[in-house]
Design a protein around this ligand. Sequence first.
Ligand code: KG4
Ligand code: ZN
Length: 343
Amino acid sequence: MRVLGIETSCDETGLAVYDTEAGLLAEALHSQVDLHAAYGGVVPELASRDHIRRLLPLLEQVLREADIRRDQLDGVAYTAGPGLVGALMVGAAFGRSLAWALGIPALGVHHMEGHLLAPMLEPDPPAYPFVALLVSGGHTQLVDVTGIGQYRLLGESLDDAAGEAFDKTAKLLGLPYPGGPQLAKLAESGDPARFTFPRPMTDRPGLDFSFSGLKTRVLVEVQRLGDELDATTRADIARAFEEAVVETLVIKCERALTESTRERLVIAGGVSANRRLRAELETRLARIGATVFYARPALCTDNGAMIAYAGACRLAAGQHADLTVEARARWPLDSLSALESSA
Ligand code: KG4
Ligand code: ZN
């Protein structure tokens, strides 16, 4: 079965064709970073308008790359939420209408399920069951996964998401949007011994997170330093911040694996592209006999391939939606229907 995946939940227009027999046939992505950079963050109305401009040319591009015609598609999967509702509406209306015109089934995919399943596109995918750490710009969640759609929430952030904390802290350090990857780059040259920030909520039981206090600690430090905030100091702060977030995530992942007696951890979402997080998890999980799985960086951040894959799994199992154009700003991950065959 060949499925077109469409991702438009935020500031990236991503399209891909996934074949349940042959794998990923083509993918294309347009990032709106340049469009929003001047505003220091995503402007929802501009995001929606740009998705409208990009969708058709990207569709032509992926069909060309996959070397297929439109009528050789067997299904369409589009991100139906969570995300910016205007941006979601663009991809949803486009995907739903295209499927209707072609007389093929369509399905609205949960954006975080897309992220969670992205490592399945890699050559050595994890087997079920596993614990998933979902770390993106909008979510930080630990989930026990026994199959597709079989998700039990173990813990989540009570305030800022990990990616959001990276982005806000990057802004405080004067880095341009989107700050997460830039902060990580700056941290590479930082001295890890100069500053130490707290590891929030690790001194008490439980698997929830809180990252907003960490950002405030950086703010206080930046204000205290005033004119002394030179390039070296900014790198040192970035390093200490990154270490605090990574260490907090690692502690909670170890705890989740121990408590659930799972041996595999999947990390997904934009922050799972972070090199220090990957390296630290690899070392620490090896000590408890567990393995960490993640996707290549381009499949960690928003992309069409993960939506094509998640949609293909569900469409191939016979699931599809009616003619409604589905777009939900909020959508709990654990409300999804289970796919019996995946476990
Ligand atoms: O999954 P994603 O592309 O979009 C959402 O669904 O939110 O995640 C984007 C988030 C942003 O907050 C971005 O700063 C963060 O992921 N991010 C990173 C890195 N790459 C992306 N954070 C830390 N280190 C990175 N290398
Ligand atoms: Zn995302």
